[in-house]
Design a binder for this molecule. Structure first.
Ligand SMILES: O=c1[nH]cnc2c1ncn2[C@H]1C[C@H](O)[C@@H](CO)O1
Ligand SMILES: [Zn+2]
Length: 367
């Protein structure tokens, strides 16, 4: 319910000005196109499909909008290709923080796979160090608080090593662990030892699941691996049927995910590009939000999908009629689901997010 809001439709500029929270964003999926070109030149990376920033971004976006996760992932070889020195990684991380701050993001968890950045001899620790340095420099003097998640590639066998790395850097800006990459054929239980290691260390992890593969992947992530959150999780709708008069009937897994409030890191535009959802109009986010799953809205890959967090919200406003109350609800969901300590989450909710939406949504009427 919107009230006290300025008259007229909600614009992307207005959305940019309210505080937002981003839980699912890949560092190597969010470079500025000009930076890719400049870093290729500086680091001697010769395989770019174009050295013109505009043509390159068109090429990357064309490849990403393929309807297939595997094809989508192929575009990352070029961004990862230019992120093989500490200097380059530091710059990408700094610009990432600057771009998120300029978009009005007040809290972000940005993920990357350290094992992809060691082609020229960097150690895993040196990669993490460079990212955290860059984040600090980019967020300095802005309201943005930015943390890192370490991702292990699910088709590789380094997840335990990456989990150990995440625990080693936990007090310096790394707040969690993740697995990503081609989902089909690489189920979460392949990495059970890594998840259990994090759990024994009282850490947190999210798992990409229910994107390119369906309910068995979500079931494994939740019931075998104990995921704190699900990356995407869109295919949970396969466990929900809606009868002709609109009543939803949930299966056991969907009920469980909703009952224990497993956060869903939804990335609407990316899901259309990888074929996980047929269109924004028919994206499961509408049903899942209506059924009060713990839905959050995210960007996934700002470069490949040509989005920002503000533009994702604006798309939901345009296509699904979301109002300020929806945007606030989704933002609070994200903040509650962050891997930040409870007292810091509470402070951000009470001191930053609620006041930021106060001109648009009256607290007692918020849904
Ligand atoms: O949406 C995704 N699903 C699975 N893997 C992904 C997605 N977006 C990016 N990745 C992969 C490619 C990157 O190189 C890696 C680490 O950020 O994570
Ligand atoms: Zn992702």
């Amino acid at each position: 319910m919107t009230n006290d809001a300025p008259p007229g439709p909600i614009t992307v500029d207005e959305i940019r000005r309210v505080p937002k929270v981003l839980l699912h964003d890949h560092l190597d999926g969010g470079l500025r196109p000009a930076t890719v070109v400049e870093l290729a030149d500086e680091t001697g990376y010769r395989d770019l499909p174009s050295t013109d920033a505009h043509a390159l971004s068109t090429w990357l976006r064309g490849g990403a909008h393929s309807g297939s996760l595997v094809r989508y992932l192929e575009t990352f070889s070029h961004t990862v290709g230019v992120m093989q020195t500490q200097e380059a990684i530091r710059r990408v991380a700094r610009e990432c923080a600057e771009d998120l701050a300029a978009d009005g993001v007040v809290y972000a968890e940005v993920r990357f796979a350290p094992e992809l950045h060691v082609e020229r001899g960097l150690s895993l620790d040196a990669v993490v160090e460079a990212v955290l340095d860059g984040f600090r420099a980019g967020a300095a003097g802005t309201p943005l608080r930015i943390r890192a998640l370490l991702t292990a590639m699910r088709h590789q066998a380094r997840s335990l090593e990456i989990a150990e790395l995440a625990v080693r850097w936990r007090d310096a800006g790394v707040v969690g662990f993740d697995i990503a990459g081609a989902e089909a054929g690489n189920p979460p239980t392949r990495h059970l030892d890594a998840f259990q290691y994090i759990q024994r260390a009282n850490g947190h992890y999210t798992i990409h699941a229910g994107e390119a593969f369906g309910l068995p992947s979500i079931w494994e992530a939740v019931q075998w691996c104990n995921a704190d959150r699900l990356g995407h999780g869109v295919r949970i709708v396969d466990d929900i049927t809606v009868d002709p008069d609109g009543k939803a009937i949930l299966g056991d897994l969907a009920n469980y995910v909703r009952d224990v409030r497993v956060p869903l890191e939804m990335c609407p535009t990316s899901n259309v590009h990888t074929g996980a959802a047929p269109s924004i109009e028919r994206h499961p986010i509408a049903l899942l939000r209506r059924l009060h799953f713990r839905v959050t809205v995210n960007t996934d890959n700002r470069l490949m999908s040509d989005v920002s967090l503000s533009s994702e919200f604006a798309t939901l406003v345009d296509v699904h009629g979301y109002d300020w109350s929806d945007i606030r609800w989704l933002t609070l969901n994200a903040m509650k689901s962050a891997f930040l300590p409870f007292d810091e989450r509470l402070d951000l909710i009470n001191d930053v997010i609620k006041p930021g939406y106060a001109p648009y949504v009256r607290e007692e009427l918020a849904r």
